[in-house]
Design a protein around this ligand. Structure first.
Ligand SMILES: O=C1C[C@@](O)(C(=O)O)C[C@@H](O)[C@@H]1O
Length: 181
């Protein structure tokens, strides 16, 4: 992958087993490419692999692994699968948004520092034509001025900031309701 490291975890084993509950709750959506998907892509930007160690007074003690578990559980409750990844590289995040474009029902993204700099993420999300929830653990609007502007928000269906790790769970709940509309 051209030297850019992508931390991707594949669906937990129970997602392959299926259950009558999951079938009954299937969140399957028709993508604009004509592909049926019940997968929510969850993307995490630079330095979020350090959650739990990095400035816990700002970002909390919950690790990205904990967040992944929370998201998978809540998504399964709603009948969705999850593709969860983290990368410190802008291009890898663009590649993943392009995967979501043809295989996903929706995107949850914490673009981290790229929120404030990345026209490439803006353009990739625009091209994806999917519901997008932008999540920030911290309330970026209470922080330094350079964090107040987001290149991602114009492409977001909803923005959640300052709710900590729970913001990801809120994003799943929102998307389940939004996609059912
Ligand atoms: O890395 C991050 C994390 C962040 O996206 C958040 O989740 O609060 C906020 C960004 O400003 C920062 O660069």
């Amino acid at each position: 992958m051209g030297g850019s490291e992508v931390h991707r975890t594949w669906p937990a084993p129970h997602h392959f087993l299926g259950s009558s509950r999951r079938l009954a709750l299937s969140g399957r959506q028709l993508c604009h490419t004509g592909f049926m998907s019940d997968t929510i892509f969850v993307l995490n930007g630079p330095n979020l692999n350090l959650l739990g160690q990095r400035r816990p007074e700002v970002y909390g003690y919950t690790t990205l692994h904990d967040i992944e578990r929370m998201v998978r559980e809540r998504a399964a409750d709603h009948g969705f699968d999850v593709e969860f990844m983290q990368s410190n590289h802008e291009g890898a995040l663009v590649d993943e948004i392009q995967r979501a474009r043809t295989r996903g029902a929706a995107i949850i993204i914490n673009p981290a520092a790229y929120t404030h700099t990345s026209v490439a993420l803006h353009d990739a999300l625009e091209a994806a034509e999917l519901p997008v929830v932008e999540v920030h653990l911290s309330n970026v609007h209470r922080r330094e001025e350079f964090r107040h502007h987001s290149f991602v928000s114009p492409q977001a269906t909803a923005v959640i900031a300052g709710a900590g790790a729970y913001g990801y769970v809120m994003a799943v709940d929102f998307l389940a309701q939004h996609l059912a509309e």
